[in-house]
Every structure is written in structure tokens, then in C-alpha cells.
Write a protein that binds this ligand. Sequence first.
Ligand SMILES: Nc1ncnc2c1ncn2[C@@H]1O[C@H](COP(=O)(O)OP(=O)(O)OP(=O)(O)O)[C@@H](O)[C@H]1O
Ligand SMILES: [Mg+2]
Length: 406
Amino acid sequence: MFDPGSLIVGLEIGTSKVCAVVGEVNSTGALNLIGVGQARSRGVRKGEIADAPLVEEDVRNAIVEAEQMADVEIRSVYLGVTGSHIRGFNNRGVHPVVSADREITEEDVQDVIKNAKAINLPAQNHVLHAIRQHFTVDGQDGIVNPTGMLGARVEVDVHVVHGNFNRLQNPIRTVKGLQLEVEAIVFNGLASSLALLTTEQKEMGALVIDIGGGTTNFAVYADGIIKHTGVLAVGGDHVSNDLAYGLKVPLGRAEQLKIERGSATADDNIKGQSFSISSELGLPEKSINLEHLRRIMTLRLEEIFQLIEQDIAQSGLLDYLRAGVFICGGGARIPDILKLAERVFQLPASLGKANSISGIKSALDQPEFATAIGLVKFGSFQQKKRRTGITEGIRQTFTDIFNRKS
Ligand SMILES: Nc1ncnc2c1ncn2[C@@H]1O[C@H](COP(=O)(O)OP(=O)(O)OP(=O)(O)O)[C@@H](O)[C@H]1O
Ligand SMILES: [Mg+2]
């Protein structure tokens, strides 16, 4: 039997599926995936809860399945959150060092971080993450830890992710309703990036895009540090919707066509090709133009990538992404999605693969599980920090988990 203290559970209540991943930290400190539970999600729209009782049932099913597979009892989870209300931006905090000898103390460091977090946000907003980027002491930038240095003025740059407090409470309440504790809430885009990127890739600069059913979440790293995050309330379901309208077929059929015949490119070699689909619900047999189908998909997917590209270009980060683009989420399964990403971003694109975690291979290889696996990783880093005694200012300390040393 496992020590319950070493168990870490990641839970994503997604638009298409609810998934719970159970990880265990073994005696050598390595992270091992020992169970996965999944349920079709019926009560989530664009990443947020739209029908709480249904969601509760789906979460319960996913948790029970994960418990059975891992042969453990799940008591708490690290919960992923997303939604169009979530925003990321960079902020700077400034703090004067007042001690006579001008030596910067741990207290000064905590104060400057507190200062950077004191952002003028509307009262209904909640800071999910305030991730340290780097410090500046008397104009010298790029300092990792200023404690013990001499200086008159300490500054810190942080990446802040915030969201609407009430909207963040909804998934928490669902989980608590199932008598489960929430250890922490983590933005899905950050969780996925934590699952996929190696330290080297963060150092080189990378963009992670998680294309889900109702949302697309992304995160940008450069020089080993998180620089930018974002959410679009558009995902694979919108591609299916477009197909339903454009091809004049029911939504269920559109989803099936997307998966069986879809692609993110419409090459010339399919010009004029068509195929027929059988009749359903009294509708006559229908001929579908394959080029038309793929053009509809390409347009929507291209638009998603272009919106992200514009957003990153505005922050001046495009030139820093030397490791390229990494794609995960169910949308990563769309044939030629990498080709499309390479064309839009003009960067190399790869399928994201979970790293530094072992265990059930079938789960590790599934692009849809990136968020939940990242949540497990987040939990393991947080627990490691707690064990090593870094407990002061826990919010500040654990939120640098995303940076280069992770
Ligand atoms: N082979 C495939 N081809 C095209 N699309 C696919 C394929 N497999 C899955 N998808 C799409 O991936 C999406 C589901 O992805 P995922 O499971 O990552 O979403 P989610 O995490 O539940 O949603 P979100 O994160 O937006 O709340 C759906 O739109 C589904 O149609
Ligand atoms: Mg998702």
C-alpha cells in the first residue's frame, strides 16, 4: 500500500473529457504515473462549468476509475482551471532597502514580491499565479536571488495570471462537493507546459499550445522563464461546429467527419475529391467534398494560430522561441496540425511529449493528458519544496515552479 502523502492527483475538468491522473513519488524521488481515470464531460462549456450536477457526476466517475486503476483512495487533487476570464501579464515591483548596511534580506525579497503582486485589479479578480521572473538590484538586471547582496533598490519582474474569483470557485466547489480537497488551482496552459517542456527547451525559448475541445491555452518561455500566457475560448468543438454549418450535417456527424477525414491542410492533391456519407435520421445519402471539409477546418485552425501569433508578436517574444512550438490537447491529433503551425509561426513545431515522469505509457503518450500530467508534476514540485522546508510565503515560493529549474 502507498503512503497517501506521496500520492499526487491532477484533475482536469475539460470541455470534452474529465481526466484524473494519479502520480506517486517513489523512494528515489522520481515521479511515477500509477493510475488514470477518464469520463466524457457533459456539463462544461468553453472550459467552465455550465451544469454543476452533471459535472459532479463526471468528475466522480473519473476519480473512481483512477482510484481503481491505482488501487488508492484519492483525498485531494491539484485542479486545472481555464476560461476566457483568465489573463496573464507581466508586472514589476519596487522596494527600497532601508537597513543601515544596505544588505538585502529575505524580508526585502518577500516585500518586493508582495509589491509586484499588489496590482490594481478589480475586487472580483483573484491572482492565480505570481511567478518570479528575475530581480534587478540598483539597475543590475537578471539577478536570480538578491538575498545577501548590497543595494538600495530591489525590483522584481513577475508574470501574473489572474481570473474572476467566482468563476474560479465553481470547479473548486464541485470538487469539494465530492469530499475531495483542492491542494492548489493551476492555470491549464501552465500545467500543460510543465508536462511537456524540458529545462533546455525553456532555456531556448518555446511556445506550448494546448488545443482542447472548448479552449486553446498557451504559454511562452524564453531564457528559462515564463514570459507570457493566454487563453482563447475556441477549440476543437468550434471546428466541428464550422463543419456542421458548412457541410450541412448534424453536429455528431461533423465531429465524426473531423476525426475520420479531417486535416489541418487542404493540399491540391485532394482537389475535386468527394465521398458519400450514409443517410441518418431520415436524411438522404450525402456527398461531401473533401477539399471543402478540409478548407473549413484549416480556416478555423489557422485563425486560432494567427490569434496566438499576433498576441505573442505584440509582446515582442516571437524571436525568442528557438525551440519552436509544442502542441498538445486533443487538437494535436489533427493530421498536419504541425505543418499548419510551422506555416503560421514560421518556427519548427513538434508534438508535445510528457517528460521526467514514468509509468503508464498509454497515458503519457496521449496529448489530451498533458494538463493533468502537468498538474501532477506541479504537485510533486510543491511537495518537494514543502519537504525541504521552504514553507515561508508559500505562494511566492511554489509559483516559481514553472521556471528553469523545474
Ligand atoms: N483524431 C482527432 N482529430 C481531430 N480532432 C480530435 C481528434 N481527437 C480528439 N480531437 C478533438 O480534441 C478535442 C478534445 O481535446 P481535449 O480532450 O484536450 O479537450 P478538453 O481538455 O476536454 O477541453 P478544454 O481543455 O478545452 O476544456 C475535441 O474537440 C475533439 O474533437
Ligand atoms: Mg484541456
